[in-house]
Design a protein around this ligand. Sequence first.
Ligand code: ACM
Ligand code: ZN
Length: 528
Amino acid sequence: MKRIVSSIVLLMLAGAGMAATNPPAIVPIPRQVSCNDQQSITLTDDARITLPRSEKDLRGVAELFVRDVAREEGLTLKIVEKPEGEIRLAVDPQLGEEAYLLEISAKGIDIRGGTPAGVFYGLQTLRQLLAQYGTTLPGVQIEDAPWFGYRGAMLDCGRHFFPIDQIKTFIDMLALHKINRFHWHLTEDQGWRLEIRRYPELTRIGSQRAETVLGNNSPAYDGVPYGGYYTQQQAREIVAYAAERFITVVPEIEMPGHASAALAAYPWLGCAGEGYKVQTRWGVFPEVFCAGKDSTFDFMQNVLAEVIDIFPSEYIHVGGDECPKESWKVCPACQKRIQDENLKDEHELQSYFVLRMERWLNEHGRHLIGWDEILEGGISKSATIMSWRGAKGGIAAARAGNKVIMTPNTHCYLDYYQTQHPQGNEPWGIGGYVSVEKAYSLDPYDQLDEAERPYILGVQGNIWTEYMASLAHVQHMVLPRLAALAEVGWSYDRRNIEDFRNRMKIFRRLYERNDYRYAPYFFTTEAE
Ligand code: ACM
Ligand code: ZN
């Protein structure tokens, strides 16, 4: 009996397979895909990409594509203005900004984008089609556009430092997933990573730590000095590299907490004024910026003046998370500030700090983002919240009319383990458990009604690197969970985990062809 049932199932599967031969397996899933089995085209080594003469902006995206498919498929395509080649790119302003249309027939491959970003996304989809079918592509018509405008990934370069070539690889990974924000976490207790010309000690002293704790905050240390920082020129190079891939770099300069490295460089920034060091353990430390002294605000504004000169991002992230209030409670300057400004307590003092920085950023044409702790002592209407302690901060902020990026640790913390029983099977994580399925199940609109939903700008995966000292380890933590979050951000309204699982079997070929390490658990039954 069992045998009969299974052969019926097999027959049904075969029937379904014939109706749609090998449908395109695109991640994140496009809005609309229709196949035309009567058509196909074969790209040969002398195939050409045609750019309209008026669209100089498209040359860059075409060049990136040529390099990608040379590496991935061994194709050597040429870029021409005429005669018309097999792959034709154009901007069609009638389409949405990041939207594209991709049409493949025997006559050629047409990609039209609302802007060059849309064309770029169409070409990312074409990379996937080539990885799936090889150089003989079936007739297909794809209409696509993202659901959310903010689709991000954060990399913590404070706990561990990743040289710019590795940052570029990370950005390449984001681009493949149609992610458009790189949140660059640049300052931490364990290292200040960005050159600030006015304050050279920030990197001379603040970028170096004496050693690093072993394991999960064990009593032992490695005894090896560790450090590194990005020069302003390198940071600009990253901004440009990301921009070529339609990714905005959102820099984060942490305040008022996670400040040990800055305080080690300039002790007058702290309440006690002395006794600081770049931390060698992980965690949250009581050494924070003094909110009483005006010199702290002058310093921060001078730092941000250099930051906004390097980073054109509309949004500047000022951290705001995990700021213990002990030093403020015993600091005469901080207590005087509380009195002078009629503040209720140290939480309101933190709000005062953040509001003062927000006012400065707004005067300089930028917007502030902070972690959800900035809600605690009250915030302005114009601040954007990054909800990390679950979604509750984001929900409260959206209800109050603040913009929100959803990055709840329950779904978006890519330093958590990917299997339920990690011991011995997985590389180090910080703890917790976020499977690919869990990340995929994120609903950024959970508990929000129609009127509140527009305040959710998008979603982001966060990669905190206490336990990741190498890019290979980062990749293992990020992939394939980033694909799950990318699909939440791009394809919010049309997700299906089983369909995603099947598409990922094809998509991971691109991880392999680009030598990106990835976690295997989702592709086996181990994690289920
Ligand atoms: C955070 O994870 N402390 C934002
Ligand atoms: Zn103080």
